[in-house]
Design a protein around this ligand. Structure first.
Ligand code: GDP
Ligand code: IMO
Ligand code: MG
Length: 428
């Protein structure tokens, strides 16, 4: 394995990517965010202290410099609030240890208003995080977005704000909703600019230079493959890509495509927000996983829907995301179960399929087919070596490897940083 590692989610987010990035940061020289925005919520626990990060790369906690790449959409208020919060918690964030791509696109208050209007009008709301991420990315593709670099040029900024606000006001007016005043938005951005601009950098050049020096670079993915706008359970997805390929595009380091890709998956499954979840457990068993796994959104506090591990979808995520090995998290959450189910495929109109169908009508017909394996009914909480795992837990992990034809390189057994079993170190 080499000097670049990409961490991506294999399910519907919240797999524990933040913890894994934090653990791997000790071996990295730099940590890079390349997608999403403050819809992400990454929780780490270090010596009992909880850290919640949304935009900042988790490596900062290990004293490693961070880069927020061009692929991340940035709400400047959320960014500054997070910098202040993390600094107050004892991890100083400054332009000395954080660079933000000058090409990164801004999330503005108008985007939140547009998103709320969109959700209210949908027959089936997506259950977005309400952060304005989708509309900001629509503006990026629509080529009317405001970028970090624009904050340094008041005349350009003024022109762009006018164009962007005019675009959204036309629709808000049509819906009978309050319009935005471009002058207010401009004044707000100009007031924020002096705090944001010192972080602005050419991230592709910064990362290229780091790569030339032989630095170890860790890429921290947000969201996950089943929320990926191309490969996820569309339209119940986020508005960007979560696959490993996005690490190259969203950071400007094209050479990221040679990285070792770690796909993070819980030992079961969760989803927050609406959309298909074939192995979802309603009732007591779902409640048990939610309670044992503390399955409430880091970001919005919403209860997460819980269910069994879906190997058919995991295989899809490994292929579409480009994962070379898997990291299994939250094994300890299954400790009390007498038996565990693994979904290996679906029965659709009496036929067995090992892949999840794409159309909504076929998805509604897809019934999961389960393999039942024995649970271990003893604590794995905090275990740090393979040999200390109960045999039934070892068998569960080996079965996942066999069914996915992918090795498991690490296993996480509690929220704490050091509670990990490392079978293969991803940095070479
Ligand atoms: P991310 O978005 O992928 O970074 O994941 P989140 O931080 O949103 O959610 C994962 C949650 O699980 C966090 O509260 C973590 O502290 C917690 N967590 C991570 N790994 C483990 C583990 O192995 N066991 C348990 N019980 N909790 C874990
Ligand atoms: P991390 O990085 C879990 C979900 C939302 C919603 C859908 C669209 O913590 O794993 P959006 O606000 O992105 O337009 O919402 O995507 N979602 C996440 N779910 N973890 C995340 O990030 C998520 N980011 C977005 O709940 O269903
Ligand atoms: Mg999360």
């Amino acid at each position: 394995m080499g000097n670049k590692v990409i961490v991506i989610g294999m399910q519907w987010g919240d797999e524990g990517k933040g913890k894994i990035v934090d653990v791997l940061s000790q071996h990295a020289d730099r940590v890079v965010r390349f997608n999403g925005g403050h819809n992400a919520g990454h929780t780490l626990v270090v010596n009992g202290q909880k850290w919640k990060l949304a935009l900042l790369p988790c490596g900062l906690l290990h004293g490693k410099p961070g880069v927020i790449g061009n692929g991340v959409v940035i709400d400047p208020h959320a960014l500054l609030a997070e910098i202040d919060r993390i600094t107050a918690q004892g991890c100083v964030v400054s332009p000395a240890n954080l660079g933000i791509s000058a090409n990164a696109v801004l999330v503005l208050p108008v985007h939140r208003a547009v998103e709320a209007a969109d959700e209210a009008r949908r027959a089936q709301p997506i259950g977005t995080t309400g952060r304005g991420i989708g509309p900001a990315l629509e503006d990026k593709v629509g080529r009317r977005a405001i970028r970090i670099a624009d904050l340094a040029e008041p005349d350009t900024l003024s022109m762009k704000v006018d164009e962007l606000v005019a675009h959204h006001n036309a629709r808000l007016r049509g819906l009978g909703l309050p319009e935005f005043d471009p002058a207010v938005l401009l004044a707000d951005l100009l007031a924020l600019a002096p705090r944001i601009l010192p972080y602005a950098t050419s991230s592709w050049q910064q990362l290229d230079a780091a790569d030339q020096r032989g630095e170890r670079i860790l890429f921290e993915g947000a969201q996950a493959m089943l929320l990926d706008v191309d490969h996820g359970t569309y339209p119940f997805v986020t508005s960007s890509n979560a696959a490993a390929g996005q690490a190259a595009i969203g950071s400007g380091l094209g050479a990221a495509s040679s990285a070792h890709v770690l796909g993070i998956s819980k030992a079961y499954a969760t989803r927050v927000g609406a959309g298909p979840f074939p192995t979802e457990l309603a009732g007591e068993q779902g409640d048990l996983l939610r309670q044992r796994g503390a399955e409430y959104g880091t970001n919005t506090g919403r209860p997460r829907r819980c269910g069994w591990l879906d190997i058919a979808l995991l295989r899809q995520s490994i292929k579409t995301g480009g994962a070379h090995s898997l990291v299994l998290t939250k094994l300890d959450v299954l400790d009390t179960l007498a038996e565990i189910r693994i979904c290996t495929g679906y029965r659709i109109h009496g036929e067995i399929s090992d892949a999840y169908p794409g159309s909504a009508a076929a998805q509604a017909q897809a019934e999961p087919v389960y393999e039942v394996v024995p649970g271990w009914q003893q604590s794995t909480m905090g275990i740090r070596s393979w040999d200390a795992l109960p045999v039934a837990a070892q068998n569960y992990i080996r079965r996942i490897e066999t069914l996915t034809a992918t090795p498991v390189s690490m296993i996480s057994t509690s929220p704490e940083r050091d509670d990990m079993i490392v079978l293969a170190q991803p940095f070479g």
